[in-house]
Design a protein around this ligand. Structure first.
Ligand code: SF4
Length: 303
């Protein structure tokens, strides 16, 4: 079924296999950590993939977290199901499992055999410097041996605005949402709230959504557009009017500045970036008990 009549051409579904992570990084978009609840069962993975397959424009499925390798058998089964439905498959990981390149090959070979085509590895100062660099290098070597496309995701350290030990030359900026807003935003130079008039996700173009263990279908971490246990994904996408969504609509019209104005939520005078302002406005809405069915899940807000 093609469901892009509303201008939404969904290309990719990203499964947040778990909010659990072996690490607890300051720059995390959500609040992942060893104790974080919210892990998909095999049934929920299969349900999400099945629903994604009903949308003709979707061509890839990604497995992310948290750290998806923590639930390796579920990850393997999910990759198998996604490949059976003809999806390109990618995985995002911090490579905690890659002690050596030979060990990493043991972890990756079953995934390569199933046809995983993309492996994105997180590595930067926030992931633990030398340890992270060593493991990512081992995983990269193994992935190359197995013919998996591999890339490194890294961000610059906020305090220095320079890449550190683990950051690659083309390291990106931190987006200050989730734990990153709480832990790092005050280290960045403030920007005037009135100047924050666009959203980096660039709505109304919605090429990807994230789906979590609770069935939440997320435009961005903490912004739900529906729940696939209440309505099929194809219905959620086909019935979505981005301009009419209570949060995406204002973001289209004028970024987080419009969010503050249209929803009458007081903004601070300065923010680290657009996401910091967006996260602050959304957190204030939650504190007021507003839009509780949209401001999901709790893990995106550290609750
Ligand atoms: S401005 Fe808000 S919705 Fe847009 S990317 Fe940042 S946190 Fe997400």
């Amino acid at each position: 079924m093609r469901v892009s009549g509303n201008g939404v051409d969904l290309e990719s579904v990203h499964l947040l296999l778990t909010y659990k992570c072996d690490g607890e990084c300051d720059h995390c978009f959500v609040w992942s950590g060893p104790q974080a609840p919210g892990t998909m069962s095999t049934h929920h993975v299969a349900e999400a993939i099945e629903q994604a397959s009903e949308i003709d424009t979707v061509n890839s499925v990604y497995f992310e977290g948290g750290e998806p390798f923590l639930f390796y058998p579920i990850l393997l089964k999910g990759v198998e199901l996604a490949r059976q439905h003809g999806f390109e498959v990618g995985i995002v990981s911090n490579a905690y499992w890659a002690e050596t390149s030979d060990d990493a090959e043991l972890w990756l070979r079953p995934l390569a055999d199933l046809g995983v085509s993309d492996l994105s590895l997180s590595s930067d100062d926030y992931h633990g410097e030398e340890e992270s660099v060593r493991r990512v290098a081992a995983a990269t070597t193994a992935a190359k041996r197995l013919g998996i496309d591999v890339g490194v995701l890294s961000v610059k350290r906020v305090e220095s605005c320079e890449g550190g030990e683990g950051a690659s030359d083309d390291a990106g900026e931190v987006f200050f949402r989730g734990r990153a807003a709480a832990k790092l935003a005050d280290k960045a130079p403030p920007r005037q709230s009135s100047s924050l008039t666009s959203c980096p996700e660039e709505p109304p173009n919605i090429a990807r959504v994230h789906v979590d263990a609770y069935g939440n279908v997320l435009f961005c971490q903490g912004i739900s557009i529906g729940n696939l246990r209440k309505a099929p994904l194809k219905t959620i996408i086909s019935s979505l009017s981005p301009e009419k969504h209570p949060l995406i609509g204002p973001l289209i019209r004028g970024g987080p500045a419009a969010l503050s104005e249209e929803l009458s939520v007081r903004a601070e005078s300065g923010y680290a970036d657009a996401c910091h302002m967006c996260y602050d406005i959304r957190s204030k809405l939650r504190a007021e008990g507003r839009l509780r069915d949209v401001l999901l899940p709790d893990q995106a807000y550290g609750d």
